[in-house]
Design a binder for this molecule. Structure first.
Ligand code: CMC
Length: 439
């Protein structure tokens, strides 16, 4: 029985009563899904022309910005589900393209639906030749995520009709293009950074297999991906496909709410993902492991973290106050990958860091557990992806979630252009003096 039904059975109302002590007035606000509407507070005024009471919530710590049916997370229990399906089952039984379909359309595809979806995404893996020229313009050591963000944005200039966002057919076409082209742009960014020629998509390969081919193909006529690494990468894309209202998804929805085309909104989301507290975290984990270097230096490192001199990257999460379920799946995948690639020497340091942190009062008290990024970097590195590529890999998987959330936002009658309020604390009105008369 949910909270609402329990209340009804006990004869209680699903409401919140607030007394405004400034006026002595009492208000009864409805509670729906354990949430009150912030705009209901605006009726609370001292003077009729007041704006009314607002909520102050930097970083959205207790504010729901939307109603969604895409992803469910119970951070205390370590549960993650896409459209109701547990992440563990999706990672075991599905391919990334099946999961992308699920996340965007709401149901797992039938065999025929999956074939059609795969054909449509695959048709759109190629990019215009001018995109290659655009990429050539980047400095030889440009960060691939910077290149990815820019070229995703540039796609809007190649597909100007994508701005017709209220046309479902245009939206669908943009969805195929963004899911299909993300791996191509990602691989091209990498090839540019090492001065290698771009490898065209091989549409006979799987989504992950084709990406590996575009990344690593050399002179061989046809690239044959290692099946273990191909499946691992596919699972990693599944694990990253969506994560409800995180920083980049919020950017996708916020920027998309201006009704801009999806390429521009996805570029904004990718830019948000670039940050070290979000998609850049697994890159930061590897740099941290490199810095620690040896097992003997771990205790000192932990001591520094506890003294506030840095963070244990790959630990902690805004939502999970338990082991991130994605981290458990990745830890298991690591063993299979290392059997193929050989063990990543940093694994020992990571395992020891985890062991110490999970027993340490500082981390226990703050409920800091390994998140998705703690082990993913080790796998990516073992698979020969350079650290600069980690956030780009994240973006390939997350593109599905961004697009699902974008489409949900556009078709939600309650959504409008995102425009937060502020509490103004600056000075009152003052008059400008001429420069010659100042100080
Ligand atoms: N190492 C050490 N202390 C930490 C860490 C950490 N990784 N994370 C949080 N804390 C401490 C923090 O200093 C604070 O302590 P105090 O209460 O004494 O001030 C307390 O824990 C609460 O942290 P917070 O910064 O208020 O938590 P948040 O919800 O704002 O931040 C986070 C979440 C993920 C940004 C943060 O845990 C962090 O920076 N972790 C390291 C970066 C990282 O691994 N990011 C990847 C996130 S998972 C990928 C994704 O889904 O995007």
């Amino acid at each position: 029985m949910d909270a609402s039904s329990q209340n009804a059975a006990a004869g209680r109302r699903d409401t919140l009563t607030i007394v405004d002590n400034r006026t002595g007035k009492q208000y009864e606000l409805p509670i729906e899904h354990e949430t009150i509407r912030a705009t209901d507070l605006r009726q609370m005024k001292v003077n009729p022309d007041d704006f009314g009471v607002m909520t102050y919530d930097p970083a959205f710590m207790a504010t729901a910005s939307c109603r969604s049916t895409i992803t469910f997370i119970d951070g205390d229990k370590g549960i993650l589900r896409y459209r109701g399906y547990p992440i563990e089952q999706l990672a075991e039984k599905c391919s990334f393209l099946e999961v992308a379909y699920l996340v965007i359309k709401g149901e797992l595809p039938t065999k025929t639906q999956l074939e059609e979806w795969t054909r449509n995404v695959t048709t759109h893996t190629f990019v215009h030749e001018n995109i290659k020229k655009l990429m050539d313009g980047f400095h030889h050591d440009a960060h691939p995520m910077g290149m990815f963000v820019s070229t995703i944005a540039a796609l809007s200039t190649f597909y100007p009709t994508a701005k017709r966002i209220s046309d479902p057919a245009e939206r669908t076409l943009s969805i195929y293009r963004l899911i299909g082209k993300a791996p191509t742009l990602a691989a091209f960014a990498y090839r540019h950074s090492i001065g290698f020629p771009y490898v065209h998509p091989d549409n006979e390969l799987s989504f992950a297999g084709n990406f590996l081919s575009m990344m690593f193909k050399l002179a061989e006529p046809k690239y044959k991906p290692n099946p273990v690494l191909e499946r691992t990468l596919d699972v990693l894309f599944i694990l990253h496909a969506d994560h409800e209202q995180n920083c980049s998804t919020n950017a996708m929805r916020g920027v998309g709410s201006s009704q801009v085309d999806p390429y521009s909104a996805a570029a904004a989301a990718s830019a948000a993902l670039y940050g070290p507290l979000h998609g850049g975290a697994n890159e930061a984990v590897l740099r941290m492991l490199d810095e620690i270097g040896t097992m003997e230096r771990i205790p000192n490192f932990i001591k520094d973290v506890k003294e506030g001199k840095g963070k244990l990257m790959g630990f902690g999460h805004r939502v999970y106050k338990n082991y991130d379920p994605r981290a458990s799946i990745i830890k298991k995948l690591a063993d299979q990958v290392f059997e193929v690639t050989g063990r990543n020497p940093k694994l020992e340091i990571a395992l020891e860091l985890e062991r110490i942190a999970l027993q340490d009062e500082y981390f226990i008290k703050r409920k800091l557990y390994p998140n998705v990024d703690f082990y993913s970097g080790l796998i990516y590195q073992a698979m020969r992806f350079p650290v600069d590529m980690f956030p780009v890999l994240f973006a390939i998987g997350r593109m599905a979630g961004w697009l699902a959330q974008w489409q949900e936002m556009l078709t939600d009658a309650e959504q409008k252009i995102a425009r937060p309020r502020q509490v103004y604390l600056g000075t009152g009105k003052r008059d400008v003096t001429l420069l010659s008369q100042r100080g």
